[in-house]
Design a binder for this molecule. Sequence first.
Ligand code: IMP
Length: 190
Amino acid sequence: MRTIVFVTGNTGKLAEARAKLGPLGFDVTQDKGGYPELQCDSLEEVAKEGVRAVAGRLDCDFILEDAGLFVDALHGFPGVYSAYVNKTLGCEGLLKLMDGTPENGRAARFEAVIAYYEKGTLKLFKGVCHGRISDSMRGGGGFGFDPVFVPTGDDRSFAEMCKNEKNAASHRGRAFDQFVEYLKNGQSGH
Ligand code: IMP
């Protein structure tokens, strides 16, 4: 078993990481020390700034992850503001912003960037999941915007899926796939 230290305060992300990496032989431990989430123009920059802060505090290799929901009809909003918008407007507020937007105009995508800090070197792994914003909240699982996001190829929201189903399609699951590939082969990432 190899241990991966995941710096996150989000128990939903932690549970997904464990569901994904546990069966592959990785023990994911949580570091709750946190880092300031600086407002940046891209997920990559937020993740890099996070690594800078955590590297001064932790004396071991670690990962952290930054994610966001990008809605086409809202010109990519909430994007890097997703955490703030989820806290303030929530899923209901997002649905209100989309009021009157027809089925064919509700495309959106989730993106996740995993930053891996390994012996002083930084590697980034990005996963994207395309889908659409539903017209109502559905399901009791997951976290954040899961009840209003339906991935392409499915009729269910992420909140209606179990963790393994979400991981198979999700931005985070795809970013973790690349991370695991890197750990196995020492390749990819940027
Ligand atoms: P952050 O990576 O913690 O900054 O996440 C930004 C926000 O995006 C979170 O607070 C959630 O509201 C939302 N988010 C990120 N990933 C997911 C996901 O997998 N499902 C639902 N919402 C998500």
